[in-house]
Design a protein around this ligand. Sequence first.
Ligand SMILES: *[C@@H]1O[C@H](CO)[C@@H](O)[C@H](O)[C@H]1NC(C)=O
Ligand SMILES: *[C@@H]1O[C@H](CO)[C@@H](O)[C@H](O)[C@H]1NC(C)=O
Ligand SMILES: *[C@@H]1O[C@H](CO)[C@@H](O)[C@H](O)[C@H]1NC(C)=O
Ligand SMILES: *[C@@H]1O[C@H](CO)[C@@H](O)[C@H](O)[C@H]1NC(C)=O
Ligand SMILES: *[C@@H]1O[C@H](CO)[C@@H](O)[C@H](O)[C@H]1NC(C)=O
Ligand SMILES: *[C@@H]1O[C@H](CO)[C@@H](O)[C@H](O)[C@H]1NC(C)=O
Ligand SMILES: *[C@@H]1O[C@H](CO)[C@@H](O)[C@H](O)[C@H]1NC(C)=O
Ligand SMILES: *[C@@H]1O[C@H](CO)[C@@H](O)[C@H](O)[C@H]1NC(C)=O
Ligand SMILES: *[C@@H]1O[C@H](CO)[C@@H](O)[C@H](O)[C@H]1NC(C)=O
Length: 449
Amino acid sequence: MATFRSLPNYAIFIVFLISCLSFSSTEAYDALDPNGNITIKWDIMNWTPDGYVAVVTMYNFQQYRHIQAPGWTLGWTWSKKEVIWSMVGAQTTEQGDCSKFKGNIPHCCKKDPTVVDLLPGTPYNQQIANCCKGGVLNSWVQDSGNAASSFQVSVGSAGTSNKTVRVPKNFTLKAPGPGYTCGPAKIVKSTKFVTSDQRRTTQALMTWNVTCTYSQFLSQKTPTCCVSLSSFYNETIVPCPTCTCGCQNNITQPGSCVEGDSPYLASAVTGHASKNAFSPLVQCTTHMCPIRVHWHVKLNYKQYWRVKITITNFNYRMNYTQWNMVVQHPNLDNITQIFSFNYKPLTPYAAINDTAMLWGVKFYNDLLMEAGPLGNVQSEILFRKDSDTFTFDKGWAFPRRIYFNGDNCVMPPPESYPWLPNASPRPIVSILGSLMAMLASLTFLMALA
Ligand SMILES: *[C@@H]1O[C@H](CO)[C@@H](O)[C@H](O)[C@H]1NC(C)=O
Ligand SMILES: *[C@@H]1O[C@H](CO)[C@@H](O)[C@H](O)[C@H]1NC(C)=O
Ligand SMILES: *[C@@H]1O[C@H](CO)[C@@H](O)[C@H](O)[C@H]1NC(C)=O
Ligand SMILES: *[C@@H]1O[C@H](CO)[C@@H](O)[C@H](O)[C@H]1NC(C)=O
Ligand SMILES: *[C@@H]1O[C@H](CO)[C@@H](O)[C@H](O)[C@H]1NC(C)=O
Ligand SMILES: *[C@@H]1O[C@H](CO)[C@@H](O)[C@H](O)[C@H]1NC(C)=O
Ligand SMILES: *[C@@H]1O[C@H](CO)[C@@H](O)[C@H](O)[C@H]1NC(C)=O
Ligand SMILES: *[C@@H]1O[C@H](CO)[C@@H](O)[C@H](O)[C@H]1NC(C)=O
Ligand SMILES: *[C@@H]1O[C@H](CO)[C@@H](O)[C@H](O)[C@H]1NC(C)=O
């Protein structure tokens, strides 16, 4: 009997182990978006006397991960002695050494050019379709109409036929920090273009694709987001785990965070901005995370139950535009209503409907303001109970997983969850809990190694 009863716990444990291992792998794989990638497509539109003109398009095929300002940076290494004569809709950051050219000077002579998008407001004669958005690339679910970015490049000293052209190597995509890994360019079937009246189809002379995937462990060494929990049935508020994203350390790192009421706040924000504009400057908290998601189990009705979600920004140096959140909870298969956020179920595995993406309503709360009195957004979700599975016991009402802008938010350890009054903690749960915590830290260390 005893062995039988412990079997399900073993099963949970093994499933957890597997999910940990897949999550910890530096190879980019996200269980909630298994096919997520950014595909970069080069279409050669015409040959020139010494090369070709190509339209390069980046498609963000990720469900919820986007690239926000200051935008993407794309790099590659030429296979031969190619140069860029000109670009439309983007530019290289450096021209490089073009001293051997007389007369016409190329736009860029570097062997490894670095390309950035142009800013909105670029004159029309320097634009092409889908360009000039300051490198912002929205996610597929949130705004597929703005999930692509294009530029045109005129390449010289290159091959002038599909036999002599060499594909560029070593593509790098920054957003603008690390996180993406790009595979080699693969020559694929030429893209077909249909005219707007649908009466004629043209095709590229040659096409190649590059696929880039994201890994949170390449992107940042420490987490950037944490979760705190509370409920109506227990007055305990379970805070984010201490030191989730860093520790307050006044001695070795003075100024690593700012007190919310500090008179020096304004000067700290602008003073740091010049030095390191994109590293977060966080408000001092025990968790030191730029983002905290609070999940409050608010009300219990006969047929429904209600949760309030609050996302708080502790970063003085970041307004999160077009933010999004992914939540995993078994009851997400039966949402009755969600207030003041947009919502879409994500079903990476057709049979399991326990994951949803939430994001702000345009012009209302799609901007999560920098730390301060306006630095939060809130919503409530009304779930319909399924009498077979619903319970407030064992922390069932709390989320299984939360992502903010595609990055995992660290949950408190399960044994600290608020209990139902008069429920006794189950030893097996807490043993499992500490095992989970141990494994989680182990896998994190493994990922860093
Ligand atoms: C990239 O994403 C697209 C769209 O989801 C998918 O069709 C394609 O197979 C993915 N590519 C790779 C290499 O995973
Ligand atoms: C190159 O073009 C020829 C015809 O012009 C075509 O048969 C061949 O498949 C093309 N090769 C590649 C790699 O696209
Ligand atoms: C491409 O990257 C690999 C590994 O980073 C490096 O060994 C190789 O030399 C690079 N190739 C070129 C052409 O830069
Ligand atoms: C290349 O990328 C384009 C655009 O994302 C896509 O439609 C096409 O299927 C891709 N081809 C291959 C072979 O992945
Ligand atoms: C750091 O300094 C703040 C006030 O400047 C203080 O409240 C906090 O306790 C100090 N933390 C440590 C770990 O000394
Ligand atoms: C955030 O947006 C507000 C209002 O648009 C602006 O005043 C503030 O400077 C922005 N903060 C940052 C860090 O960009
Ligand atoms: C998943 O659940 C949501 C919310 O109840 C529902 O709208 C959606 O149709 C479900 N999707 C699938 C594939 O079952
Ligand atoms: C939602 O719950 C109700 C009541 O339990 C049930 O009748 C309905 O089929 C459920 N819907 C889904 C999509 O599971
Ligand atoms: C509330 O939950 C905490 C665990 O987080 C537990 O220690 C406490 O006893 C619970 N309070 C009540 C009244 O059950």
